[in-house]
Design a binder for this molecule. Structure first.
Ligand SMILES: Cc1ncc(C[n+]2csc(CCOP(=O)(O)OP(=O)(O)O)c2C)c(N)n1
Length: 152
């Protein structure tokens, strides 16, 4: 069985792969890992602007490592050319896999386009953000990001 999930969805439900391991159900989960809750972050950006995006930026979590810790297998994919070999290996194995594919966080808005919703109010954009509500600039597995927040 092939399961395709976002990193946010996997973060909420990935523990179910432990059940797959326990029951010997050979599920291969491909995680499209863009380091964010895009479905929520994109409207935040359109409604409020980049300065007021809240809690929807995620670290590039090693979900592949999590599944290994659960008794399954994991592969981290950072280049498009490595996707097919990783998938072929996983699907042929009869084991539980997480193929964790690191994506460009800005690609959605660049290629699909920013949602056309207008900002809620000019004052919502202008008001200073509460620092504790901002998305934490996290890096891989919770460490600090190497550089600035990715451009969304
Ligand atoms: C159990 C549950 N909690 C919260 C939500 C709200 N929610 C909708 S989309 C989303 C983020 C999904 O992120 P990801 O899987 O990375 O997909 P993306 O939006 O980036 O494509 C969340 C948390 C939900 N749908 N289900």
């Amino acid at each position: 069985m092939l399961l395709i999930a976002g990193d946010g969805a996997f973060g909420l439900n990935g523990m179910d792969l432990e059940t797959c391991v326990r029951f010997g159900a050979p599920v291969v989960c491909v995680v499209g890992n863009d380091g964010g809750w895009g479905q929520i972050r994109n409207p935040q950006l359109s409604f409020f602007g980049a300065e007021r995006v809240v809690a929807t930026s995620l670290p590039t979590t090693r979900h592949d490592g999590i599944v290994e810790a659960l008794g399954g297998r994991g592969a981290l994919v950072t280049k498009p050319a490595d996707i097919c070999p990783a998938l072929e290996r996983a699907l042929a194995s009869g084991e539980v896999w997480c193929v964790n594919v690191v994506l460009d966080p800005s690609a959605f808005r660049r290629y699909i386009g920013a949602p056309k919703w207008p900002p809620i109010t000019p004052s919502a954009r202008a008001a200073p953000a509460e620092p504790w509500r901002r998305s934490a600039p996290l890096g891989v597995s919770g460490g600090p990001r190497a550089g600035p927040e990715p451009a969304w």
